[in-house]
Design a protein around this ligand. Structure first.
Ligand code: BGC
Length: 473
């Protein structure tokens, strides 16, 4: 039977004070510096990967591009036509079956190539070799715009033989195996970079791209002199090299989901967080992400509900069969419960019935379920705000637009407002910001990065031709 404690008291562990959040800011700042340093990068949890994207679009980007988007629950193929600030987009969603997510790398890339061929056939562009941007939203060590080695899988993927390999190469090989299509891969990028680029297309002061979806991560524009791992890139021409005319900056993919993998966040983690990690397919990894993102938030709630029910605090101590199924309670249901405000109960009751088959609940049960959802999601919003504030303080720009995307941010009824308030509290008042919902960063952003790269490639070809003509004069 339940003791004298109540659900409100037991779940206070989920509350994080501003003092704790400020401590997290300091830790994060240290980890980010470590990630950017040559000598410290190997040990750093936050890897701060250079993306080789040095500028945002200038509005002159033009042409037809293909884009692939792999990284969330679905895979998408897109055909995008850019014309300055105008763009037209056509896309198709393809499912990635669980057996492919956990199968071999070859199966995965063959599936991707098959979807691409199917799409090109349906759009009647199979005979063209179009430039392509590949949004691949997993931690990758990039060695250039078209070379990205997967460091490790996240978010429910675990295909064998891909970690350590160049994903562009794997894509090209899969396409070659088919022999019926050809493509010109211009860029591989993370969804955060796509989000930043897509927002910057509209607002040039966009300098952060943030995802709060199945996973969580952010990228931002960093000055080159702070990126020790890129010290070979500078505007000053090196002996024997031609002048680098790109701006002295680069987008850094922080991969902050891995923050806390070394234990620094244990002071705020609860036993439910530890349990979730223990039973996940990537134990010990993505600790920050596991407290924030859509893949896990509902599962944390479910674990708390099961625990408190078993201890007699909820549903008269009776767990339904459905309640004990891992990942049964998706984060979309947390958002639904959160939309019952000011004493409303209709959504919560519907969710409990729909997901767990529980149809007899007391008013107290409903209030408790709502409290748990509220505490778990507010904690997530606070943590992500803390990280955004850390970036804003670090960049020291007068005003920054933060491009945001992801299912949690889009569908949770209060996430945006909580974030605006918390970021303000944790950011130096000298720096202001706006949160801007990105319009399909993973798709449009991929086309934009590909477009910029394509423009540069054509420019270089032209220059080479000109030089040849001059030499023949
Ligand atoms: C991945 C990131 C990605 C984020 C959001 C994380 O799990 O490691 O690369 O940006 O999810 O999709």
């Amino acid at each position: 039977m339940a003791s004298t404690l109540n659900v409100e008291q037991i779940t206070r562990e989920l509350l994080v004070s501003n003092e704790q959040l400020k401590q997290i800011q300091q830790l994060l700042e240290q980890e980010m510096d470590a990630g950017l340093g040559v000598a410290t990068n190997e040990k750093a949890d936050i890897k701060m990967y250079p993306t080789f994207v040095r500028d945002v679009p200038n509005g002159t980007e033009k042409g037809k591009f293909l884009a692939l988007d792999l990284g969330g629950t679905n895979f998408r193929v897109l055909l995008i036509e850019l014309n300055g600030s105008q763009f037209e987009m056509d896309n198709e969603i393809y499912a990635i079956p669980q057996e492919i997510m956990l199968g071999t790398g070859q199966q995965l890339f063959d599936h991707i190539a098959e979807c691409l061929a199917h799409f090109m056939e349906r759009r009647d562009v199979k005979q063209y070799c179009l430039p392509l941007g590949f949004t691949f939203s997993f931690p990758c060590r990039q060695e250039g715009l078209t070379k990205a080695k997967l460091v490790r899988w996240t978010k429910g993927f675990r295909c064998i033989g891909v970690e350590g390999a160049d994903v562009v190469e794997l894509l090209r090989e899969a396409i070659k195996r088919r022999r019926d299509i050809d493509i010109d891969v211009m860029a591989v990028l993370n969804d955060t970079t796509g989000t930043l680029m897509s927002c910057a297309h509209k607002k040039r002061d966009c300098a952060i791209g943030l995802i709060i979806g199945t996973g969580s991560n952010a990228c931002y524009m960093e000055t080159l002199d702070r990126i020790e791992t890129c010290s070979h890139l500078t505007n000053r021409p090196l002996p024997g090299q031609c002048e680098d005319t790109d701006p002295d900056q680069m987008i850094i993919n922080t991969e902050w989901g891995a923050f806390g993998d070394n234990g620094v966040l244990n002071f705020i983690r609860t036993k439910w967080d530890h349990e979730l990690d223990e039973f996940s397919i990537n134990r010990g990894n993505q600790i920050f992400e596991k407290m924030i993102s859509g893949m896990y938030m509902g599962e944390i709630v479910r674990r708390i509900l099961v625990d408190l029910t078993r201890r007699g605090y909820l549903f008269k101590g009776r767990c339904s069969n459905k309640m004990i199924v891992p990942y049964k309670f998706g984060t979309n249901y947390v958002s639904l419960v959160e939309s019952d405000r000011n004493g409303a109960t209709i959504q919560t009751k519907w969710v409990l019935n729909e997901v767990f088959g529980i149809n007899e609940v007391s008013d107290e049960d409903v209030r408790n379920v709502q409290l748990i959802c509220q505490r778990v999601s507010t904690r997530a919003a606070y943590l992500v705000s803390t990280a955004v504030a850390t970036l804003l303080n670090r960049m020291q720009r007068e005003h920054t637009t933060v491009g945001v995307d992801g299912s949690v941010y889009r569908h949770h009824p209060h996430f945006h407002n909580i974030m605006v308030r918390k970021i303000r509290e944790l950011t130096d008042p000298k720096y202001s910001f706006d949160l801007m919902l990105s319009e399909d960063g993973s798709g449009r952003g991929a086309a934009l990065v590909a477009a910029v790269a394509h423009r540069q490639k054509l420019q270089k070809l032209k220059e080479a031709q000109l030089a040849k003509q001059l030499a023949n004069l």
